[in-house]
Each structure stands twice: as C-alpha cells, then as structure tokens.
Ligand binder design. Structure first.
Ligand SMILES: [Zn+2]
Length: 383
C-alpha cells in the first residue's frame, strides 16, 4: 500500500468524485488505507444516502486533541482545457498536476501519509481525521459530521482545516449565504398584459433593493478592517425569466449571495431581502394579482472569526513555520467547526490561486512542508 504523500495523492486524484454525487469510491479507499494501518474509521452517511463523511481517531480517546479537516470532493473540469488528464496525477515540469492537487487532496494525502507517524508516536493527545463530502457546493456535508462530534470524541482542542494557504495559519474569513428566489406570475399574450401577471417586474424591484442594501452596508458597516471590502456585501448574480418577447413571462428566477463579516450572520442580511420579498408579495395579494414567490438556500457557511485561543495561534505558527495571516477571501468549513465550539485555523499546502482552475497543481516541496507540519504536530502531541 502506498505510503508517500505523492503516491497517495496520485491515488486520490484518480477518484473523480464531484460534489452532489456518491463518494463511496474515495471513502472506501481512505477507510481501507486507515484499516491497513490499524485505524478504525467511522463511516457517517449523510441524509442523501449515497455519500459519507469519515472520522477517525489516532491516540487516546479520553483527552482533547486536534482535528485534521479536509473535503474529499473536487470541482468539475467541464469547460476547462487541461494539458493532461485531470484525474490522473501528472508531473508537468515539476508541477504535480491534477484536479484537487491543491484543493484539497494534497492535504488529504499528507494526512494519510502521516498516519504511520502518528501511530508510531505514542500520542498523549489524539489527532482526529475528519474528511467531508460536498464542500464545494457550500459545505453541505460537514455539518452532519459536526452534529455527531459529541459522540465521536471529547471536545477537540482545535481544528486545522487544510485548505490551501501556502502553509500559513489563516485566522478568519467572511461567511456566505446564497439564495435563489422563484417568482411565479401568469402567462398571457403580450398584446393583453392585463390578462397576465409579469414575473419579471417584482424581480426587478427586488434587484434594486439588493443593490441599495449592499450600498448601505458598504457605507454604514458593520466594518471589519481585516477584509477588503471591509463590510458585508450582497449581490444579485443570476436573473433569468421569460421565453419570448410576445408572451407575458410567468416565471423569473433570481439568485443572490451575501458575504458577511465575522460577527454578522449572512442570514441576517438575506432576511432583509426576504422581508422585502414578503412585502412585495403581500402587496400583490392585497391587489388580487396572480403573483407568488418561493425561495431556497443554495449554500451557506458562517464566517470564521479569529480564535481567541492565542496558544492555538502560536502553536500553528510554530508547527507551520509561517506567520499567521489575518484573513482570506475564500470560505471554508472552519466557520462551521468554530460555530460548534472548536477553535479553528486554516493551514494547508499549495496556493488557493490554483484552485478550481485548469492544470491545478501542487509542488513536491509544498507536500514536504505539510508533512513537516504534521511531523511537528505528532511530536507536540507525543510530548
Ligand atoms: Zn477546498
């Protein structure tokens, strides 16, 4: 069985497991690998029925330890031009290239490669391996694992989320919620608009409300100077509706996304948009118009605030050899672990700038730097 991080990465890249789909292949691989090293792994099926989170503990189970958190899914390659097969790890001039090499199978490979090390270290405090599914469509898998955390282990001392951060500890990011609204009106011939109900117009009113709400937040805050822009934002990203210019459109979809600074829930901003939606619909109903609307959440995760645990920050700086960064613009599962009471810091190999792009790659020295961090973690927990 493969043991080096690079060999493990090659195996992991071979699993074309996308979010929103079954992940039994990669989960079985990880579980078998752990079993081969005498590590029991809890397989935690999500409500979807065809995908699972994985949780394993190495070391004593009755004392707090550290969670090593990563996601097993990768974003699709559709529409991208790759130099080589994205699901086969290929060395392109020293760049280990493949989908997920950086985001974030490189980290998973290092964690698995470190398992024999953790086993041999006679740990006095445990490490927990927490691998999730469906992260790339809004952290949908990991909440089911976090909900079971109290049964899986004593409250952890900290969680290291191995998203690519060039091996520097990252302390915070914004939260996010994406919402899709569907307006339903009534179709009619365009020559008789009074016989129909145009679904585009209420969407237009809501669009302008969203624009003004974002401008208000950008002007009035709340502000967090660690971010650029320093305020929460809300943007409409998709509007679609209507099929012909001579038909009153009976359907319109509008999707918007909130990015909120730590301390403000993205749902609080969405609630203002949805309150405006309610008001528009109440008005339509009062006027006896055939208009209705429904909405659904597409994705959400809470912001990550800097952990108040200065000892954990110092530990991560020592283990990684990198100075902590205050904030990043991307989101992770770290906010969800933090919301569950687990101090959380992002630290992983490779650069986020390569994530989700064609010819995504990681360098051997980046894998080596992550292995060094995990070796120092093992030594720390053995001491
Ligand atoms: Zn990721």
């Amino acid at each position: 069985m493969a043991h080096s991080a690079e060999a493990l990465l090659a195996d992991l890249v071979g699993f074309n497991v996308l979010p929103g789909a079954a992940n039994g292949t990669i989960a079985d691989y990880v579980r078998n690998y752990l079993a081969g090293h005498g590590v029991d792994c809890a397989v935690l099926p999500g409500p979807e029925g065809d995908r699972v989170n994985l949780f394993a503990t190495i070391g004593p189970k009755d004392v707090p330890g550290y969670v090593l958190s990563g996601h097993m899914d990768v974003v699709p390659v559709e529409g991208q031009v790759w130099t080589a097969d994205p699901f086969r790890l290929t060395d392109l001039g020293g760049r280990l290239t493949g989908r997920g090499a950086t985001d974030m199978k490189g980290f998973l490979a290092c964690v698995l490669a470190a398992v024999p090390l953790f086993k041999a270290a006679s740990l006095k405090r445990p490490v927990h391996i927490a691998f999730s599914y469906d992260e790339e469509i809004g952290c949908r898998g990991v909440p089911h694992m976090i909900a079971e955390l109290p049964e899986l282990c004593v409250p952890p001392a900290g969680c290291i989320v191995g998203e690519p951060s060039d091996m520097r500890p990252v302390l915070s990011h914004k939260g996010k919620q994406a919402v899709e609204i569907t307006f339903t009106g009534k179709a009619a011939h365009s020559s008789q608009p009074a016989l129909g109900e145009n679904a585009l117009y209420p969407a237009a009113e809501l669009l302008l409300f969203i624009r003004d709400l974002s401008a208000k937040m950008e002007a009035e805050g709340p502000f967090d100077a660690r971010f650029s822009p320093p305020s929460s934002t809300v943007v409409a990203g998709i509007v679609s509706g209507g099929s012909a210019v001579n038909i009153i459109p009976d359907l319109c979809r509008l999707a918007f996304e909130v990015r909120s600074v730590p301390g403000a829930a993205p749902q609080d901003v969405s609630a203002k948009v949805l309150a405006k939606l309610d008001a528009l619909m109440a008005q339509a109903q009062a006027e006896g118009r055939a208009l209705s609307a429904s909405w659904q959440e597409l994705a959400s995760y809470p912001a990550l605030a800097p952990t108040p645990d200065a000892g954990f920050i110092a530990l991560m700086e020592r283990l990684s050899g990198g100075e902590a960064i205050q904030s990043v613009s991307y989101g992770t599962e770290a906010g969800l672990f933090q919301a569950a009471g687990v101090p959380s810091i992002i630290c992983g190999p490779g650069s986020i700038t390569r994530a989700h792009r064609p010819d995504e790659y990681i360098l051997r020295e980046e894998l080596a730097a992550c292995m060094a961090m995990l070796e120092r973690l093992a030594a720390e927990l053995a001491g």
